[in-house]
Design a protein around this ligand. Sequence first.
Ligand code: GCO
Ligand code: MG
Length: 403
Amino acid sequence: MAITIRDVRAILTMPDGANRLVIVKVETSEPNLYGLGCATFTQRHTVVRTAVDEYLKPFLIGKDAERIEDLWQTMYQNSYWRNGPVLNNAISGVDQALWDIKGKLARMPLYQLLGGKCREGAAVYRHANGRDHAEVLERVQQFVEQGYHYIRVQLGGYGGDSQGVSRPSPDSALPGVYFDPDTYARSIPVLFEYMRSKVGYDVELLHDVHERLVPIEAIRLAKQLEPYRLFFLEDPLPPEQNEWFTMLRQQCATPIAMGELFNNPHEWIPLITRRLIDFIRVHVSQIGGITPAKKLAALAEAFGVRTAWHGPWDTSPVGHAANLHLDLSSPNFGVQEWGGRFPEAVQEVFPGIPEERNGYLYPNDKPGLGIDLNEKAAARYPCSDGPPGWTLTRAPDGTAVRP
Ligand code: GCO
Ligand code: MG
């Protein structure tokens, strides 16, 4: 007798008071057998809920919960137009939940179903940020003392936004988050010269350009950073300018990470098959969940590209659990982004968050994803509404810049 899907619900919650999270719960015909999946697109959370509740739920009710691949393919093509962040996140929520159910049925942690462990724990990197060199250095040194080997270094967040704008903006400038790409670009080689002089080369340092430079300036920056041996330089280009990666690769040996903004296989396939990047960094729920992510990891392995799944605070703990099962079972795992210990409220909503010790993330070995959702607690943390403000980024003359 097939185990069928009895209910599908999107649950929105914001227990840390800042990051809007979307979780999908798939309940089955078996009493108490359910799965959880991450569908978090924090800038458009209610639209994902609509896609789940109004389209995927009626599509899935009564279907065989064990047919993950067929359900993924049919959800994907059911909307005809596909490969966008909203529908992919909705599909991911269901997909991850079905893998969670599969693990519970097999009475195994998901990584076992994906081929077993390639390593005991997944090495993580933390975010060291500051308004000046001293603040950044203090954070880096704290992380080193806490046992982290991989540390992302930012001066004033993304685009150096705390450095302000060095050039006057025109009269009646439009509202927005202003920063000066030129000031930012010139500040980063100086920052890494300072960091390396203070911490040496035994710690792996990373940096996220966050697509904030025009392509040729990103290439210039990557070349200037070569002597500082970054573990990787992230998002040097916006996805719309992927073709510039060829020139970047021809001119520079700084390792490149890209992918958190990708939705469509056409964005990553050329970069991987032409060996133009070193780390693939998609937001797993944004490409449709574990089913496409495990295929992407295998493609990357064939071309010598490692994984570094996107994993900041606006990935839900369910998404972090999914990342971890992929990390443990992929031979070409690179590093895992990790925001650090979640606040108590988040831990209350999500019992079973992966444990981090000395810079490594470990599973709890419960079946499936190994994480649960306390719906009553989740309901106590309603999401804020409306569009985010920080993505309204502008150059000094008011030109809109990718955020
Ligand atoms: C990262 C990302 C994030 C994004 C955020 C967008 O490397 O972690 O760049 O910081 O800005 O996830 O919502
Ligand atoms: Mg990033």
